[in-house]
Design a protein around this ligand. Structure first.
Ligand code: PGA
Length: 270
């Protein structure tokens, strides 16, 4: 069995001072759970401070996004060498918010260009991260319309095959994929644990099938994300196909996040 991984995605929340305060509280409480891998992905500005405060713990830090070119005239972007330089060990790519799906729901069409990540740009980002020895946390998932049309598995299959095209299986050792049904993110609607388990297992099979000639991807972990909280974490993490969680809103409360890590630790013992 692989070690469980719990990743926090703070999104665009917390100033550096606020981030430091919650990290200090979390750092004091997380030490009892060294059997669970934990990563915090704060806003870029808070990354160095959060890392410094976690340096005596087993908790790693990660980016929430990355641009695929190493440097140049790309106003506002952050590159993979920059993330490496502040000690990021992981980075989220292909989140539904950067894919623009929330944009489609919540902002006018003419602003969509700010987001609109595609499977091709996700692939380029994965390449850039691997070149700096940063592990991608590749997010995949279907919208409610896609689920209702019975397209969940095929949509995710395409997201995986296009984002992972052209890599060697060995390069992807330790890859993390997060199954995040778009309709469950930030909505309080969690995917039923049996269905989350089914889709996470399907994701694992699909990834291993893509690299079957090389014996699959070693150390692959498939997380569930979408309204994970302390009250549902144990049920989700005890599913055999779910290797941990990607946690948004609930990770901003240090006690709630410790409780979620504790649930992963208990699932480890099962
Ligand atoms: P949520 O977000 O836990 O607030 O639903 C999860 C995510 O977007 O990664």
């Amino acid at each position: 069995m692989v070690r469980k991984l719990v990743a926090a995605n703070w999104k665009m929340n917390k100033t550096v001072v606020e981030a430091a305060a919650i990290t200090e509280t979390f750092a004091r409480k997380v030490d009892a759970h060294r059997d669970v891998d934990v990563v915090i992905c704060p806003p870029f500005l808070a990354l160095p401070k959060v890392r410094e405060l976690l340096k005596h713990t087993h908790v790693e830090v990660g980016g929430q996004d990355v641009f695929w070119v190493a440097s140049g005239a790309f106003t506002g972007r952050i590159s993979s060498p920059m993330l490496y330089g502040v000690g990021a060990k992981f980075c989220i790519v292909g989140h539904s918010e950067t894919r623009g799906r929330f944009g489609k729901l919540e902002i006018p069409e003419d602003l969509l260009g700010h987001f609109c990540e595609t499977n091709e740009t996700v692939r380029l980002k994965i390449r850039a991260l691997l070149d700096c020895e940063i592990k991608p946390i590749l997010c995949v998932g279907e919208t409610l319309d896609e689920r209702e049309a019975g397209e969940t598995d095929s949509v995710i299959g395409v997201q995986l095959s296009e984002a992972l095209a052209g890599f060697a299986g060995a390069e992807l050792d330790g890859l993390v994929v997060a199954y995040e049904p778009v309709w469950a993110i930030g909505t309080g609607k969690t995917c039923d644990s049996a269905e989350a388990n089914r889709v996470c297992s399907m994701v694992r099979d699909e990834v291993n099938k893509l690299f079957a000639e090389e014996g699959g991807v070693h150390g692959l972990r498939v997380l569930y994300g979408g309204s994970v909280k302390a009250s549902n974490a144990k049920e989700l993490f005890s599913q055999p196909g779910i290797d941990g969680g990607l946690v948004g809103g609930a990770s901003l409360d240090p006690q709630e996040f410790v409780d979620i890590v504790t649930a992963a630790d208990m699932a480890n013992l099962q």
